[in-house]
Design a protein around this ligand. Structure first.
Ligand code: FMN
Length: 348
């Protein structure tokens, strides 16, 4: 079956409700079976795609980006949809409802989304319990963030609490100071806060910690904040979160963050800035508008060891991770690379 027909049907329904329903259905074996029958194989295995990074065995470089599985509900089955790893959260200390609805919008023509979720999640106790009970076969990143009600001056306490509480369940922790949907959060995306946070966190945990940055920050500021993170023990940079550049869409909302094809160029540009400075020094993870094997392979050649997708999973369907992985493997073969790691940064 052509996924576009299915997409046409479910795009008639409210985006957030549809997401919640799909998330529940994905956990059912019968749904996984049906998805395979209707759309074809969702997994692809190839030795060349395997990497060992931060003590995790990544069977392929395609991760499910943060925000899709906020409460760690599908960590034990997401590999069946072809993903090599997943990032859960963003998790806050306690449960919070997030921003007012409606807060998720589709832009079908532009294959993009705009969201103003605001870290709606069931809180760190719930997520810790889900992770401890799940049979997880893939590396898991946990994205941590400041609660809406925590003053910016006390934000560090939230992050440290979450590091202590969740590190044992994580392959790595992702520090989110780049979401546009929590008031003031991006003010924390500065060298002083990052120095304090990574300095303190790295004395608590041996787990890798990665900083996730936004696509709207200028190159100089991005390099400053990332340098400071790396100097204070960050093990990688994830670029990028959603964008507040509303010129990217024809008819945008005037709130929230944009993802999908509209941010492809911005995300790639940020990767190049970071790779020019940090390639070989830290691990770069690229996310933002990746929806094809060509785009994915370009990111790898430009310095990304790992990739993540969110919006293209919705627009291209459940076979997208398999298609991208298959395409990367065939490009590696054509270019004579024995392993994906040999291609990382080859264009720089
Ligand atoms: C509905 C929605 C919710 C998101 N929630 C989070 C989040 O909680 N934490 C986070 O770090 N990123 C979040 N993101 C950003 C994604 O992880 C990713 O960085 C961004 O969407 C760009 O990738 P994409 O173009 O493949 O979607 C969210 C994105 C969307 C669309």
């Amino acid at each position: 079956m052509d996924y576009r027909l299915f997409r046409k049907l479910f795009f008639n329904f409210d985006p957030e409700k549809t997401h919640d329903i799909i998330l529940r259905m994905m956990q059912e074996k019968s749904f996984q079976f049906l998805a395979r029958k209707l759309f074809g194989s969702m997994e692809y295995h190839d030795e060349r795609l395997k990497q060992k990074l931060f003590d995790g065995e990544f069977s392929n470089p395609i991760g499910l980006a943060a925000g899709f599985d906020k409460n760690a509900q599908i960590v034990s089955i997401i590999d069946r949809f072809g993903f090599g790893y997943a990032e859960v959260g963003t998790v806050t200390k306690f449960q919070q409802n997030g921003n007012e609805k409606p807060r998720l919008f589709r832009f079908a023509e532009e294959k993009s989304l705009q969201n103003n979720m605001g870290f709606n999640n069931l809180g760190s106790d719930f997520i810790a319990s889900n992770l401890s009970r799940s049979d997880i076969k893939i590396p898991i990143g946990i994205s941590i963030g400041k609660s809406k009600d925590t003053d910016l001056g006390k934000a560090i306490d939230d992050y440290i609490y979450l590091v202590r509480k969740l590190e044992k369940y994580a392959t790595y922790l992702q520090v989110n100071v780049s979401s546009p949907n929590t008031k003031g959060l991006r003010d924390l995306e500065n060298p002083y806060f990052v120095q304090e946070l990574f300095g303190a966190a790295k004395s608590i945990t041996k787990k890798p910690m990665l900083l996730k940055i936004d696509p709207d920050i200028d190159a100089k500021a991005a390099l400053e904040v990332c340098s400071m993170a790396i100097d204070n023990g960050a093990n990688g940079i994830i670029a990028t979160n959603t964008s507040k550049d509303y010129s990217l869409l024809k008819h945008p909302k005037d709130f929230g963050g944009i993802s999908g094809r509209a941010v492809t160029k911005k995300s790639m540009a940020m990767l190049k800035v970071l790779a020019n400075e940090f390639l070989g020094q830290t691990i770069l993870v690229s996310v933002g508008g990746i929806d094809s094997a060509d785009e994915a392979y370009e990111r790898i050649l430009n310095g990304a060891s790992l990739l993540q997708i969110y919006t293209s999973f919705i627009f291209e369907g459940p076979t997208i991770a398999r298609k991208i992985n298959e395409g990367i493997a065939s490009r590696l073969e054509k270019d004579g690379y024995g392993n994906i790691a040999d291609a990382v940064g080859a264009s720089i």
